[in-house]
Design a protein around this ligand. Sequence first.
Ligand SMILES: NC(=O)c1ccc[n+]([C@@H]2O[C@H](COP(=O)([O-])OP(=O)(O)OC[C@H]3O[C@@H](n4cnc5c(N)ncnc54)[C@H](O)[C@@H]3O)[C@@H](O)[C@H]2O)c1
Ligand SMILES: N/C(=C\C=C\C=O)C(=O)O
Length: 494
Amino acid sequence: MTSTSSSPVTETILNFIDGSYRKGSEGKSFPNVNPATGSQIGLVHEASQADVADAVAAAKAALTGPWGKMTTAERVKLIAAVATEIERRADDFLAAEVADTGKPRHVASHIDIPRGAANFRMFADVVSTMPGESFNTSTPDGGQALNYTVRKPKGVVAVVCPWNFPLLLMTWKVGPALACGNTVVVKPSEETPRTAALLGEVMNAVGMPKGVYNVVHGFGPGSAGEFLTSNPDVDAITFTGETGTGQAIMQKAAIGVRDISFELGGKNPAIVFADADLDKAVEGLSRSVFLNTGQVCLGTERVYVERPIFDAFVARMAAAAQGFKPGVTGDRAYLGPLISAEHREKVLGYYRRAVEDGATVVTGGGVPEISGAEAGGFFVEPTLWIDVAHGDTVMREEIFGPCCGIVPFDSEDEVIALANDTVYGLCASIWTENMSRGHRVAAAMDVGVCWVNSWFLRDLRTAFGGSGHSGIGREGGVHSLEFYTEITNICVKL
Ligand SMILES: NC(=O)c1ccc[n+]([C@@H]2O[C@H](COP(=O)([O-])OP(=O)(O)OC[C@H]3O[C@@H](n4cnc5c(N)ncnc54)[C@H](O)[C@@H]3O)[C@@H](O)[C@H]2O)c1
Ligand SMILES: N/C(=C\C=C\C=O)C(=O)O
């Protein structure tokens, strides 16, 4: 059986438990909608609490089966095979991701799918090259002791994922989790179930022992998400999503003292100094505001521009914004839809709030005229505001749409204070040709990641994550090992 099966009504998307696809045991299902058209294209089978328990039990059993007995080299070989199989089936993953998200094909083909493979390959490399730690210890009796550490998998890891980069963000967690010898139960977003389900076919194709990778579909509270994070046999929880959801999951993790790794929301600032290369800044920031229709946690929703170039910058950004034509078909393709009608209403609510609070709409601010197949899609106009106050709602709350407020500043100290005045701490970008200032201001940002004259440039070996309301912990390269392994220090008296 495969991840999906066509039926007269519509394609069904199944759970993947203990190496097999199956419907939910309580017969519940929910619609799978293409955001570019607003039409239902699938039916997702919701996992019951019993199904989730079966998935966790299968993951737990796999830890003491062939998977748990594998050497690192054998595990690494399998994980590298997963990456290769994703690349071999790139077209299938691309079709699934585009169906679920409605995003333009070139966004998914250049970002989402390649990272799906890279995330496995990266951590196969990390665990096969990661050095251990040891110390030669002088002991009080004048002798010696040897101290060294061994790393062991944490066990069953719950992976709860968002909808904006479904394959990328799920594999960013599953890759290191499996590389370190854990097993996983994935709960993809209810909006985007397909690629997580399809990955089950890849796992079977490469011979991954059953129970290592499991997928349960459903929602959060009172559904698969809560059933999973509440299951006492889950040893750790890694979550990417909204800050409020993180707080709810953290309460569940506290029962049984389970470790958590959180990548949450943000309200990321950009600072453009008067000496910035405007071509670079406009290219980078227009991507940062409009890529994935602004549905990027690392995206920029507030830009501070040094006053002498404020008008020029606004004009350039407005021209760039108008180049992002809503729609995903034909030669206009760039700005895809928002993920759902509900999310579009949320974003349009912020569009209205900005004007109510006195903002001037430089461009956009509403819903585009779209005819044809995409008329029912969840599109909004790319939008820029000026005459916004730093304290306005649209400058403080995460919108997660294709919009940003632009505010002038006059001094370095002033703009550092403005940029850091937020409960979040995910990322920032600094645009200046004065590199001592670039280094200085970047170090002054209270964030997990700061780019200088660039945005969303990713070296997967680097520490990635946020502080404050943007998350707990860092993942990437060896940093992921801190979450996905337990350490035992062994001291041998010589
Ligand atoms: N920091 C990052 O790297 C990063 C990356 C991508 C997205 N995000 C954030 O994710 C958000 C957008 O994604 P979203 O709308 O899917 O987030 P969300 O929090 O609404 O949902 C994320 C996942 O959590 C599940 N969930 C919801 N409530 C739950 C509960 N009580 N218990 C268990 N699971 C629950 C959902 O079903 C979904 O699978 C934005 O805030 C964005 O900033 C952050
Ligand atoms: N976690 C990562 C990206 C997050 C994107 C947020 O929308 C990554 O690049 O590893």
